[in-house]
Design a protein around this ligand. Structure first.
Ligand SMILES: [Zn+2]
Length: 289
C-alpha cells in the first residue's frame, strides 16, 4: 500500500443546530450558512481534484436533502455522523442503536445508496466501546472513523494506525483513527479541526511530512463551518443569557473564531501535497491487506 494515502473526513453538521441541541435539546432548521460553507468546500475539493468523505449528520440532512444529493453527485463518499449530535459515551447501547439506525434510514433514503462508514459525534468511540462497535458491525458498516486520541501525554497513541478490529461477537470492523503524532513522549493531535488553528503552520507541515512516510492513520477531519468567511456566532437569539453566561460565551466565541483563516490555508497546502482517497477506498485496502 502506498504509504502516503490520506483521507479527508468532513463532519457535515451545522454549527448553530448543534449548539442549540447541546444546550436545549432543541432541533432547529439550519439557515443558509450550510449552503455557503458546503459550496466553498466543494469548490476547493474540485480545484484540488480530490474526493472526500462527508460524514453526514442526519439531523441536518433531513432539512437539506437536496444539498446532500448535490455532494454525492460530485463523487464524494457519503458516510454517517449519527442522527442527533450527542456523545455516545452518554447513551445506552439501545439508545446508540436507535440513533444510528434512524440516521442510516434518513441519509440512505436521500442518496439511495448504501452507507459504509461511520463517525460518531464528538469522536465519542474508543477502544473500550466494543458494544458500540458491535452495533456498527451489525448494522453493516465496513468501517468506523471515530477514534481520536486527544491526550497530550500518553503511553501510546492508540490505535495509532488503520486496523481491522476483531470484535467480541466474532465480527470485524475496519478502524480509521484520526491522525496524531507522537514525539518525545508527547502525543500531538494534528488531524484538523481546531487543532489546525492552534498548532503553528510550519510545525504542522513538518509533522505531516514525517507522518506521510509512516503509513500510520493519515486521516484528517474538518467541519464545513471552518471555511465560513463570517465569524461563528455563539450567542443565539433563543438563549436567555445571564451576565455570567454572556462572559462565558464571549470567551467561547473568541476561542471558536481564533485564527480561523489559517484553516483554509492549511487545508489547501495539505490537499496539494498528498494523495487523497475516500475513507471507503482506504477501508477496502486495509481490509485486504
Ligand atoms: Zn460533529
Amino acid at each position: 500500500m502506498n504509504k502516503s494515502y490520506y483521507t479527508l473526513g468532513i463532519d457535515w453538521e451545522d454549527f448553530s443546530q448543534n449548539l442549540l441541541w447541546k444546550k436545549n435539546n432543541t432541533l432547529i432548521r439550519p439557515d443558509d450558512r450550510i449552503d455557503r460553507q458546503t459550496n466553498i468546500l466543494i469548490e476547493l475539493l474540485n480545484e484540488a481534484d480530490i474526493k472526500a468523505t462527508f460524514f453526514v449528520s442526519a439531523a441536518l440532512a433531513q432539512y437539506t436533502p437536496a444539498l446532500v444529493k448535490r455532494i454525492a453527485t460530485y463523487g464524494h463518499e457519503i458516510g454517517l455522523h449519527g442522527y442527533h449530535h450527542v456523545s455516545y459515551k452518554t447513551l445506552t447501547p439501545e439508545q446508540v442503536y436507535r440513533e444510528v439506525s434512524e440516521g442510516i434510514k434518513i441519509v440512505s433514503d436521500i442518496i439511495s445508496q448504501k452507507i459504509h462508514g461511520f463517525r460518531a459525534p464528538y469522536c465519542s468511540i474508543d477502544y473500550n466501546d466494543n458494544d458500540v462497535l458491535e452495533i456498527l458491525a451489525d448494522l453493516n458498516f465496513l468501517y468506523d472513523s471515530s477514534m481520536f486520541n486527544r491526550k497530550l501525554i500518553c503511553k501510546q497513541s492508540y490505535p495509532g494506525e488503520d486496523i481491522v478490529l476483531n470484535l467480541n461477537n466474532g465480527r470485524k470492523i475496519v478502524e480509521l483513527p484520526l491522525a496524531t503524532f507522537k514525539a518525545g513522549g508527547v502525543n500531538i493531535p494534528i488531524a484538523g479541526g481546531s487543532y489546525w488553528r492552534v498548532v503553528p503552520g510550519i510545525l504542522l507541515r513538518e509533522i505531516h511530512k514525517r507522518l506521510s512516510k509512516t503509513g500510520k492513520a493519515n486521516n484528517l477531519y474538518m467541519h464545513p463551518y471552518e471555511l465560513d468567511p463570517s465569524p461563528l456566532n455563539i450567542h443565539h437569539d433563543l438563549f436567555k443569557e445571564s451576565p455570567f453566561r454572556l462572559i462565558k460565551n464571549s470567551i467561547a466565541q473568541f476561542r471558536w473564531n481564533f485564527n480561523r483563516k489559517s484553516f483554509k490555508k492549511n487545508l489547501i497546502s495539505m490537499v496539494a501535497k498528498y494523495n487523497f482517497i475516500t475513507c471507503y477506498e482506504k477501508a477496502i485496502k486495509i481490509q485486504k491487506s
